[in-house]
Design a protein around this ligand. Structure first.
Ligand code: HEM
Length: 536
């Protein structure tokens, strides 16, 4: 009870006991006072029991700018992990006028993605990303809306289904063979593995997206636009942190992205128009032609679903939906996989014993007189463990952003509606409480024991979340798994790799939207397989 309340009660007690209090007016006054005091006591105690828990702790920050001036450029993942040691496993930090909440343990991550999965199924789209995806009308950046659910369902069940991934196997094979041939020509010279990985990923995805377009614009132009968009989205933008300044576009990011989006939209529009035209021409002339037997690219699959919309069971999709989905596949699929391939090659090259084991496995499963095929992938267990160990130490999405659609409680603290929650995958993956000798590169920890594999890419175990977890888990997992293992296996089976003379490995990283190697991996390939025909 507060001192004020105590004073009130003792005053009333004295009045009641006083000899002068004889008349009825006094009695009424005392009764009213009593009721009044009781009401205060009741409301005070109910307020105490209803009081929401506080916001998580966090550093002091400046008005308007928040913690922005103290951010270490390109090192947000390291800084957030360091701050968790000071402020605890869940803490808040103001970035400009936006409230961010960092979640740094698997237990708290579980509360976010599982226990409150529906509430944290929103995203916060940076301006550049939102503009690229037709106002966030896509899968990656849209909030948990009916449009998002429709497009995600379409992407997972129609576009990236096992059947379609199987049907597009030959596109991936062609592009990987082309790359091996190109690298073969450059043997003995220094090659940039980042460029090689980006080119092969972008080519594979472009083929899968619209292989059948007879007169589509050059893939080179498309790759350049995608690469520029990725670079612009990765730039930290003051307008995202202080929306009040967005109209000034201080860094020119909105201007730059708008220019690139116009290019992207022009390319998409012309491809879609051409395809619609050629589909109708084909329908007119090809009597008895078996369309079903044709391998279909993603554009064809989506256009066919769009054409079937009259059928009550199919989904109603628009050209904008199609463009947004294709953009997602290209944007979400290229840089992520490129970065993973580069990191994995760097880690394997630095650890000679691991390189030897990976190549021994390839020799045993594929054979020295064969090239790698996708059918070998499920048997390459050690390579799979090596990729997982790379993603543990260098998760491409180190800080996974979600946003809350309602105020709720996590870890005993209030998380307000609309704030941005960051799942710190980088910190969780390196936490000694969950990983033995976490800084050692040791693929063994991902090998199955007693036939049981403790970790998958589906985020079932929240100690390991390179592809996220829960409702917004990366839908590209089946494709990424196929592509990354196939490409890495092919590069490592066909060639020996070494650093240029006098060079040393540099594992420094930089964080934009993704975590990348600061310096590209430059390496020298040499012939590994005895038969030259395997490179043609
Ligand atoms: C190494 C490769 C990749 C990595 C590490 C990766 C990682 C991630 C992560 C961490 C998320 C956020 C998940 C969450 O919020 O819980 C995500 C979302 C997403 N990824 Fe991937 N990804 C990769 C490749 C791909 C590919 C190849 C595609 C496309 C075919 C793709 C499409 C998407 C999409 C559409 C989303 C948004 C899902 C949603 O918000 O509902 N990703 N990815």
């Amino acid at each position: 009870m507060t001192p004020q309340l105590n004073n009130h009660l003792s005053w009333l007690w004295q009045v009641l006991m006083s000899n002068n209090m004889k008349d009825e007016i006094s009695l009424v006054v005392v009764t009213i006072s009593l009721i009044f005091v009781l009401a205060i006591i009741l409301s005070y105690s109910s307020k105490l029991s209803n009081r929401a828990p506080p916001l998580p702790p966090g550093p002091r920050s400046l008005p308007i700018l928040g913690y922005l001036p103290f951010l270490r450029r390109g090192q947000a993942h390291v800084q957030i992990t360091d701050m968790a040691r000071t402020y605890g496993p869940i803490f808040k930090v103001w970035m400009g006028t936006k409230l961010y909440i960092a979640v740094n343990t698997p237990e708290l991550a579980k509360e976010v993605v599982r226990d409150h999965g529906e509430i944290f199924a929103n995203r916060f789209a940076p301006i550049a990303a939102s503009l690229t995806t037709y106002g966030g009308q896509d899968v990656v950046w849209s909030d948990n809306t009916p449009t998002w659910r429709k497009l995600r369902k379409l992407l997972v069940h129609e576009v990236l289904s096992n059947k379609n991934l199987e049907a597009s196997r030959s596109f991936r094979r062609d592009e990987v063979r082309k790359t091996i041939k190109n690298v073969y020509r450059k043997m003995g010279t220094a090659v940039n593995l980042n460029e090689i990985a980006f080119l092969i990923e972008a080519n594979v995805l472009t083929r899968m997206v619209w292989e059948n377009s007879s007169d589509s614009p050059s893939g080179v132009e498309f790759r350049m636009v995608v690469s520029k968009i990725l670079e612009i989205i990765g730039r930290p933008n003051v307008s995202d942190f202080i929306p009040g300044l967005a109209w000034l576009d201080l860094q020119g990011i909105e201007r730059d992205i708008t220019r690139e989006i116009k290019n992207l939209d022009r390319i998409f529009t012309s491809i879609i128009d051409d395809r619609i035209k050629s589909n109708s021409e084909k329908r007119d002339v090809a009597v008895g032609h078996d369309h079903e037997a044709e391998k279909k690219d993603f554009l064809q699959i989506l256009l066919e679903i769009k054409d079937q919309k009259a059928d009550a069971t199919s989904m109603d999709i628009t050209n904008v939906d199609i463009k947004a989905l294709l953009t997602d596949i290209m944007i979400a699929g290229t840089d992520t996989s490129t970065s993973l391939i580069e990191w994995t090659m760097a880690m394997i090259m630095q650890n000679h014993n691991i390189m030897v084991r990976v190549q021994e496995e390839l020799t045993q499963i594929v054979g020295p007189n064969n090239i790698v095929e996708e059918s070998h992938i499920p048997k390459l267990k050690y390579l799979d463990a090596t990729i997982k160990e790379t993603l543990r130490l260098h998760p491409v999405f180190s800080l996974i952003p979600r946003s809350s659609s309602q105020t709720c409680i996590v870890g005993g603290y209030t998380i307000p509606k609309g704030c941005i929650v960051i799942l710190n995958a980088w910190g969780i993956h390196r936490d000694p409480r969950y990983w033995h000798n976490p800084l050692d590169f040791n693929p063994e920890r991902f090998l199955a024991h007693d036939g049981m594999n403790k970790y998958d890419f589906k985020g079932n175990n929240l100690k390991f979340i390179p592809f996220g977890s829960g409702r917004r888990l990366c839908p590209g997992v089946p494709l990424a798994e196929k592509m990354q293992t196939y490409i890495l296996a092919s590069l490592l089976h066909s060639f020996e790799w070494s650093l240029p003379k006098g060079e040393e490995h540099d594992f420094s990283d930089t964080f934009g939207i993704m975590l990348k190697k600061r310096k590209p991996l430059i390496a020298i390939p040499s012939q590994r397989l005895p038969n030259v025909n395997l490179y043609m």
